[in-house]
Design a protein around this ligand. Sequence first.
Ligand SMILES: [Zn+2]
Length: 474
Amino acid sequence: MNLEELYSYAKKYGFVFPSAEIYGGFSGFYDFGPLGAELKRNIESLLWKRFVTQKNFVVGIDGSIITNPQVWNASGHTQNFTDPVLVCNKCNSRFKADSFVEDLTSEPVEDLASFIEEKKPKCPNCGDELKFLGRTNLMFETVAGTKDKTYLRPETAQLIFINFKQVMNSFKIDLPFGIAQLGKSFRNEISPRDFLFRLREFNQFEIEFFVDPEEANNCPFFDKIKDNKILILSEEDQKNKQKARKVKIKDLLGKATQWHLYWLWEFYQFFVDLGIKPENLRLREHLKEELAHYAKACFDIEYKFPFGWKEIHGCAYRSDFDLKQHQTFSKTKMEVFDQKKNKRYIPHVIEPSQGIERAFLAIMFEAIKDDKLMISKQLAPIKVGILPVFNKDDFVGKANELFEEITNKGYSAMIDTRGPFVKRYDYHNKIGTFLTITLDYQTLEDGSFVIKFRDEDKLVRAKDVNEVFKLLEN
Ligand SMILES: [Zn+2]
């Protein structure tokens, strides 16, 4: 299935629609339909459960989308959060210059402006010559009240840094610990593309993990993961044009600290547990020239999309840069005091950053097989399809009873009486319903019903709803 086909599938079955399609859509914005909203929420809930609720050293916050513009001055976004732009003289189309050039050559390009000057690339829309326009900031500007210019947040991370002290002081939590946030971010991409891959409005789940730099190689969970194997495209292998290779986590210690590798492994395992095959996942080490000056190391988790290996998760070691910047700009001390060691220091930060829509896209690609959405039980938008054989009062009455019992337990369900019965199985396969239950004449007599699993042809007669609950339990 290619990207076009996935887009049609997602639209046809009510997962994702172009935003404002009745007005012709709006580039870089999408709306989630009934099934997509469920799936997206499931991804988000699983992330929160796994990385906040179930980790006693991570807490969550929910910061504002619009905040004091000084935040973005301190973080460097006002100055540096820019993309190079190509413009067409004739039709005025604009393109993100680095991605455009990446498609033209496999060689690294040092100077975009002179590369454009020399190669004179043509506009894909009208064929005229493209010119290098310079750089443009990616933040959406807005005005609070009548005169205070500010921005929609381009990432969730900075809201965590500015609340670091508040969380520590109010929640009395000791280092090392993480603060997580889940929510919307906005980037005014020059050329949004690849459906949900590059959006102007999207959702992120980010953790800032604060650690004493002297303790970055002292992760109590490292022993458990150190012999696990993972596919990685290292910096050297990229430079020597070698393929990715499988290594043990501990073999990467020269490149990253224990805590950094711990977080990478945790998110890698998250995707595997959600049903993504390990051979479709790899780490890619950022090249030295890709790293910001303050970052010590950065790795992406990439997924093998039909349009190539692309980043679905990033995890950077950001040193003390962000807290230091906010200390300088706000004149608020960001140091912590370690009583045992009797020292004051600014913590270092490891930042796992997860784009929700990119995870959504990878999960959809991975799950669609033979026109069925073979999605994991936890992710399935509808857990139970309730199918009365006849659309008559006594059947529907029984269906309503079951619907209430199932949804009261927190599982999503759907009563489906539409169209010919045989087509309903097919429909529920396409939308990934985990199991369906069929109500027939015997149901009216003794309350039993027939369970059909999405992933096998087997039919099982079940005595009552408790058998369904057993199957749905994790
Ligand atoms: Zn043009």
